[in-house]
Design a binder for this molecule. Structure first.
Ligand SMILES: Cc1cc2nc3c(=O)[nH]c(=O)nc-3n(C[C@H](O)[C@H](O)[C@H](O)COP(=O)(O)O)c2cc1C
Length: 236
């Protein structure tokens, strides 16, 4: 599956089969997590066979079934020399991982609220747990979320250049907290793109996710540098 196919085929999945992840899938995920942690000052962890995080009332409320594998997304709250907040850095890395998982034949759901913090997840003193990503072989492939008009996040979409439009088209397929898409993207006459979060729960995590999807669609690395820490210049 190509990266573009993964963008179109990814949908949140909340019910999983008991089929374990393969050795190759685990290795690919671990390796990407290590790279992303280094680049974005995060402490993401792949947790396998945990029956705590999705066992409680909240998971039931969120209609989760048989989630035993997930990626815990934690990271340093602030990093000297890095422009982006933990929320944004997390979102950018989360987007990278849900697309990788889809390409590996796995399903995912980003979960900010409806899970319980498990003691298996390591959080250091200067870190915060942002969210988790449920991951595994889904009972289904999920369904396309209700699409919002592109002008919701890009008011000047109709008069914008084609590459910008394609970036926004990809953003509209991204996971978004409560499917809200609370962000605003604009482009000036020099082709500089500006992206801002509006006020809503998880809006800054969403912004990081949208920036990653925008880059995939537009075919330009516009936001990566501001998201990375100074410690690493790896290209993932
Ligand atoms: C930051 C963030 C937090 C989320 N938190 C939850 C959650 O707590 N529970 C849940 O069931 N889904 C959660 N979701 C999944 C969204 O509901 C889902 O992405 C959205 O409805 C769009 O659907 P799609 O992912 O199938 O495109 C979250 C998504 C994001 C991006």
């Amino acid at each position: 599956m190509t990266i573009d196919e993964a963008v179109f085929e990814r949908h949140s999945v909340r019910s999983y089969t008991s089929k374990p992840l393969t050795k190759e899938q685990i290795e690919e995920l671990q390796s990407r997590i290590t790279n992303l942690n280094e680049s974005f000052a995060l402490h993401m962890q792949l947790v396998l066979n945990d029956d705590v995080a999705f066992s409680g009332r909240l998971a039931h409320y969120g209609s989760f079934k048989n989630v035993t594998n997930y990626i815990a997304v934690a990271g340093q709250k602030s990093v000297a020399g890095c422009e982006a907040s933990l929320d944004e850095r997390s979102g950018y890395a989360v987007a990278n991982l849900v697309i990788l998982a889809q390409m590996l034949g796995l399903n995912t759901c980003v979960v900010g609220l409806t899970f319980k913090k498990s003691s298996t997840i390591e959080i250091n003193d200067d870190e915060k747990l942002e969210l988790v990503i449920a991951i595994g072989f889904g009972e289904t492939q999920g369904v396309q979320h209700a699409m919002k008009p592109a002008t919701r996040i890009a008011p000047d979409y109709d008069s914008a250049p084609d590459w910008f439009k394609k970036g926004i088209d990809y953003v509209m397929l991204a996971p978004s907290a409560l499917n809200q898409f609370k962000a605003k993207f604009t482009v000036d006459e020099n082709g500089h793109v500006f992206a801002k979060a509006r006020f809503a729960p998880f809006a800054k995590v969403d912004l990081g996710i949208f920036k990653y999807f925008f880059e995939l669609g537009a075919g330009k690395e516009i936001f990566r540098r501001s998201m990375q820490t100074l410690r690493s210049s790896d290209v993932i």
